[in-house]
Design a protein around this ligand. Structure first.
Ligand code: NAD
Ligand code: ZN
Length: 247
């Protein structure tokens, strides 16, 4: 019933927007931070993922980041990412705004992806500004910890993700809220909706008149604002909705 309702809303959407969180990539084998099996049940997030920790001790940062990097680089998009790409291709979504840094929406074929928390696919030198693919930096971590910049030798090589204590990328934030204001349907997938300003995206959309669909493994604080709430796995629910849309 709710699947059909979600499909009906998306079928008539002219400016549909998706907001995704770590949950959409869970079935690709990338652990979420929050939630039942979340990494934050094992690590203190502010310690592991803050700019102050990184600057004080890049080796500690890279030691923690290395395992996640191996997992993320090997991960493949799942049926949820593919369904979202198909919805965009069919004109039912105009874009995906994501909190994820794994690049799996692009790998699945989504064309317009707004990365609110940056990208983990690239590493930037904080001294000279040069960038390198994460895969290349990752490959030399065995021999070089922390990794050094190939150009200037600095050890301040940071993935281009937004760490705690860093400003959000202004262009991505502007684009996300512009899309939210214009959206007629907002589809939230795999986000706990407790990380701001990402969680404001569906709020702005709803205030501007959008109808909201939530697909998440667990309840979220905004479920009561949604017209359709489906508690389930993104990789199972989204392909079912796509089927019903007939896209
Ligand atoms: P989050 O706030 O987006 O929460 C994840 C949510 O996904 C939880 O509510 C959980 O119940 C739900 N979930 C888990 N498995 C699911 C599934 N199969 N289908 C649908 N929903 C599912 O994210 P977080 O984990 O608290 O991470 C916070 C921030 O850290 C993110 O916004 C992101 O910037 C970064 N992060 C990125 C990745 C990634 O790039 N894949 C992974 C972890 C964390
Ligand atoms: Zn450099």
């Amino acid at each position: 019933m709710s699947l059909a309702h979600a499909a009906e809303l998306l079928s008539s959407a002219r400016s549909g927007l998706a907001l995704t969180g770590a949950g959409v990539s869970a079935e690709s084998g990338i652990p979420t931070f929050r939630g039942a099996d979340g990494l934050w049940t094992r690590f203190d997030p502010v310690k592991v993922s803050s700019i102050d920790t990184f600057l004080a001790d890049p080796t500690a940062y890279w030691t923690a980041s290395r395992e996640r990097g191996n997992i993320a680089l090997a991960a493949k998009p799942n049926a949820g990412h593919h369904a979202l790409a198909a919805m965009e291709a069919a004109g039912r979504l105009v874009a995906v705004v994501t909190q994820n840094t794994d690049g799996l929406h692009q790998a699945a074929g989504s064309k317009r992806v707004v990365e609110l928390h940056g990208s983990g696919r690239t590493v930037a030198c904080l001294e000279c500004g040069r960038t390198e693919p994460r895969s290349e930096v990752q490959a030399r971590l065995d021999a070089e910890m922390p990794p050094r910049c190939r150009h200037c030798g600095s050890t301040l090589m940071k993935p281009t993700v937004i760490l705690f204590g860093e400003p959000m990328p202004p262009d991505a934030v502007r684009e996300a809220f512009d899309l939210a204001q214009k959206a007629d349907v907002i589809l939230v997938v795999g986000s706990s909706l407790v990380v701001y300003p990402a969680a404001d995206v569906p709020l702005v959309a709803v205030r501007s008149g959008a109808r909201m669909i939530v697909v998440n493994a667990e309840p979220t604080p905004f479920d009561r604002l949604a017209e359709v709430v489906i508690h389930g796995r993104a990789g199972e629910v989204l392909p079912e909705i796509l089927d019903l849309i007939g896209a």
